[in-house]
Write a protein that binds this ligand. Structure first.
Ligand code: 5MM
Length: 336
């Protein structure tokens, strides 16, 4: 077992999942303002520190993805954020892309940037305690898109990022997100997501990335959020497994799904069915942002930052997601 494979397994084994708390300041501002809170560095720290010091961090969360501002912040007890996360037995990670920008010559599509100077930034993050990294490529579905240009260029960037992360002894999370926005069918989502993931692995292999030392973070296979033809949760799970079985090489230790705008319950139920129907060797767990934090953020704001009330909601959500990643979630335990 290589050191990278060991880190990857530590993050995602035994029902543990990933807390994606890597919202850039722009996104975090939207999230905070939506619940009536000001987006100041102090508020961003206070909310995140509340989550990172919750009891469920010990049994449910294997890794936390941070944003540059957060990894440099100091908690109320004087510890650094990475030290706080380590003290709960989880591993700190860092988002290293610098965001999705318009793709030249296909301006309605996005290319994720951040490769320039990445080697130096990775060394700095390693010193701060990060042992895994994240980079997200984003693709929309429409009758024209995604273009081969967007698929190839984002896959190329994900591979170059992954090679650099591994060179610096950190596990890359490879996140190609096919958005659920639109009226496309689940079949379209299945064929496009499969094409995108296959292209990513072609490039990862070309760039000699050690596939046993990565974690794939894909979307589930869903129909578009404007589609009139919704499929059942059981079909979501079966199509998602079909997609991953045909496009992910066996060496990859695990898959940690993004929630992508699904509600907390939907993301939990779908993950549970994926694990019940899982006939692959891949660990299938969660790397949720919104589907882990939404409820907790609302209570944090409504209760005027009550730590205990906020942690109670977060602990329940994390516990439910962990049960789902073991295929042991049910509506009864959800509502207990
Ligand atoms: C946490 O949100 C991340 C994106 O932040 P920015 O858009 O501000 O850079 C995002 O990459 C996230 O990690 C994944 O999309 C998963 O989050 P969801 O909410 O889809 O589970």
């Amino acid at each position: 077992m290589t050191e990278l494979n060991e880190i990857a397994l530590k993050i995602i084994s035994d029902g543990k999942g990933i807390l994606a708390a890597d919202e850039s300041n722009g996104t975090m501002t939207k999230r905070l303002e939506a619940v009536g809170m000001d987006s100041t560095p102090e508020n961003r720290l206070e909310f995140r520190e509340t989550l990172f010091s919750s009891e469920s961090m010990k049994e449910c969360i294997g890794g936390v993805i941070l944003y540059d501002e957060t990894i440099n912040q100091i908690t109320s007890s004087g510890k650094s954020i990475p030290d706080l996360i380590y003290s709960y037995g989880a591993i700190p990670g860092i988002k290293v892309d610098t965001g999705a920008k318009n793709l030249a010559n296909s301006l309605e599509e996005k290319i994720t940037e951040g490769l320039d100077g990445l080697r130096e930034r990775l060394k700095k993050y390693y010193k701060l305690g990060a042992r895994f990294t994240k980079w997200r490529g984003v693709f929309s579905i429409s009758n024209k898109y995604p273009s081969k240009q967007a698929i190839n260029s984002n896959a190329h960037s994900l591979a170059r990022y992954s090679a650099l992360a591994q060179e610096n002894k950190m596990v890359p999370i490879v996140e190609p997100e096919v958005l659920m926005d639109g009226d496309h069918s689940a079949e379209d989502c299945l064929s496009i997501t499969s094409e995108v993931i296959k292209k990513c692995f072609d490039e990862l292999i070309l760039h000699k990335v050690d596939l046993s030392g990565i974690i794939l973070k894909p979307n589930m296979i869903l129909s578009g959020n404007q589609s009139n033809h919704k499929i059942s949760n059981d079909e979501v799970s079966k199509k998602t497994i079909q997609c991953l079985k045909s496009s992910v090489p066996n060496e990859v230790p695990g898959i940690a799904f993004l929630s992508g705008g699904q509600s907390e319950i939907e993301a939990t139920e779908n993950l549970n069915l994926i694990n019940k129907n899982n006939n692959t060797n891949f660990i299938m767990t969660y790397s949720y942002g919104r589907a882990l934090q939404q409820g907790a953020l609302k209570v944090w704001s409504d209760s005027n930052k009550d730590t205990k009330a906020t942690q109670k909601i977060f602990n329940h959500r994390a516990k439910m997601c962990t049960l789902a990643s073991l295929g042991n979630w049910s509506k009864e335990v959800e509502n207990k």
